[in-house]
Ligand binder design. Sequence first.
Ligand SMILES: NC(=O)c1ccc[n+]([C@@H]2O[C@H](COP(=O)([O-])OP(=O)(O)OC[C@H]3O[C@@H](n4cnc5c(N)ncnc54)[C@H](OP(=O)(O)O)[C@@H]3O)[C@@H](O)[C@H]2O)c1
Length: 337
Amino acid sequence: MRCYELQGPDGFASLALVDKPVPTPGPGEVLVRLKAATLNYRDLLTVKGGYGSRQKFPLVPVSDGAGVVEAVGPGVRSFVAGDRVIGSFFENWLGGEPSETRMRSALGGSADGVLTEFRLFPSQALVKTPAHLSDVEAAALLCAGVTAWSAVVKLGNIKPGQIVLTQGTGGVSLFALQIAKLNGARVIATSSSDAKIARLKALGADVTLNYKATPDWGKKAREITGRGVDLVVEVGGVGTLNESIRATRIGGTIAFIGVLAGPPQAELRIPLMVMQQQRLQGTTVGSVEDLQALADAMAASGMKPVIDRTFAFDQVKDAFAHMESGAHFGKIAVAIG
Ligand SMILES: NC(=O)c1ccc[n+]([C@@H]2O[C@H](COP(=O)([O-])OP(=O)(O)OC[C@H]3O[C@@H](n4cnc5c(N)ncnc54)[C@H](OP(=O)(O)O)[C@@H]3O)[C@@H](O)[C@H]2O)c1
């Protein structure tokens, strides 16, 4: 089988396409013929060598994949050959609270990922693909989809009529917009691009703000809502946190997810966060149970992820370059099989 390996810490120069034998499933394992993968910003950081000490070499990069069951090992009853399936970001976090053991094994980081034609998965870590989704669409759910689900539904506890603010038009943010709308919330969505803002409106954003043209977008969001938003899906990180604190209502939540905006430009307004009794909620993807809940919600509603573009398997480096350019709207995919 053909398989990408990150063979060392030299970024794209270390990313090689190699041949390996197709593995055989052991007890409890499922051999999946991968059909599609989607990229996350984390995968770009991983390939460039900026994603923490747990990264191993050689590493099969990229966490998010979907495909078709090729064969099952002894004792596997929940899947048969031909089933369409989605993998899970943390294979050991099946449900319940996160723990160090459950989060130790993350695909495309501490464990081999999905840029490969075949991969063995523990049967408990797989979820059946909703029938209305293509393999490319299904591969978008794992990291970005589940993270947005955790931020908006599981941890954000968003109810109909509440207000969610999303930042930019990457994978997590568009999922958060769609999931918030699915739950009856109003959405204020930001972007640096007016062309992308038109697409945000088409996706259902109630209010849009260009965060380049309106650098005090947090203040603006508070003015528009009168009291502030109930939840900010914070993918910018500490670089956008001050505006997020401004945007959030007293008692509201900031789901802290990403690092896109880099370091803060001014001292963080933590005292303001304290005085407004806001909740800063760290959000780290989710469990297999969360992935199943997202898949069920999408199957029931017909919701589909936004796929920006699909690259061929031998164009993986171009796919990463496209992500680095920031030109995308939604998920960047790679067709494998
Ligand atoms: N904690 C977790 O479990 C977890 C899970 C998934 C992702 N993440 C993190 O979440 C972040 C988003 O990931 P992703 O995969 O969705 O990224 P992505 O698809 O690469 O998102 C890129 C988009 O984000 C927007 N953006 C960039 N800088 C921004 C800024 N300063 N303010 C507001 N928006 C900005 C831009 O949108 P416009 O072009 O519209 O401006 C850009 O196109 C990353 O930092 C990633 O590492 C964390």
